[in-house]
Design a protein around this ligand. Structure first.
Ligand code: DX5
Ligand code: ZN
Length: 217
């Protein structure tokens, strides 16, 4: 299976953002992960709408994964539905399962691809009924909110379980992991069934074409 990374720009200095994304694309990266936080669902803020707009204007076209760590899912859906290739919301952010179904129906009508993310403490099984309606499942391997945290080992069990469900049900869905990924655990994640691995601080700290190669070899 192809090993693909989606670099996260969360830990890139604001003034270097455009240059970093341009370099990623120059180095062959096709898919970039953009974190959006509301300081409510998680105690932090990340990229603002205007910064993502600037990236669209000043960088070559690429696949934009927007990871929305926000409580107001409908408000942010409205804001981001026209930019970004996949909008990933947190399962835990929805007030009810009805709200989740409403959002999925809206997105289907608008032809917007949706991803669902789950926090480390959330059981993987809760999202299984929704997998046939979404494009991406994001297993968080750290508590969302900050870059540079340590990968939580029990995430492997979740990846295995999700992969099994996806295979058993012949679903066409991207399986993504995010948090604490480095040049070692990334290979275990790919072996466990991840299609798209988010790499944040590890790549920022070791930024080169060679690192990208090493992560996907
Ligand atoms: C954290 C974000 C991640 C973050 C990952 O909540 O969702 O995308 O940038 O950074 P690392 O790879 O440093 O854990
Ligand atoms: Zn993220």
């Amino acid at each position: 299976m192809k090993k693909i990374i989606s670099p996260s720009v969360l830990d890139v200095k604001k003034e270097d953002l455009i240059l970093y994304v341009n370099k990623l694309i120059e180095y062959g990266v096709k898919n970039v992960h953009y974190d959006v936080m509301d300081n409510i669902f998680v105690p932090n803020v990340a990229l603002q709408y205007k910064e993502i707009e600037d990236i669209i204007k000043q960088c070559p076209k690429h696949i934009m994964n927007i990871h929305l760590m926000v409580k107001d899912v409908f408000g942010y859906y409205k804001m981001y539905r026209d930019i970004g290739d996949i909008l990933t919301f947190h399962f835990e952010a929805f007030d009810s399962l009805d709200d989740l179904s409403i959002l999925l129906a809206k997105a289907k009508k608008d032809n917007v691809k949706i991803g669902l993310a789950i926090k480390p403490e959330t059981k993987i099984e809760v999202v299984f009924p929704y997998l046939k309606h979404i494009s991406l499942l994001l297993i968080m391997s750290v508590n969302p909110g900050f870059g540079g945290q340590k990968f939580i080992q029990s995430s492997y069990d979740k990846i295995f379980a999700a992969k099994k469900y996806i295979n058993d049900n012949e679903l066409n869905i991207i399986l993504q992991v995010d948090g604490g990924i480095n040049n070692e655990n990334i290979h275990y994640c790919f072996d466990a069934g991840i299609n798209l691995a988010v790499v944040g601080s590890y790549l920022v700290k070791n930024f080169s074409k060679e690192t990208i190669k090493e992560l996907t070899k």
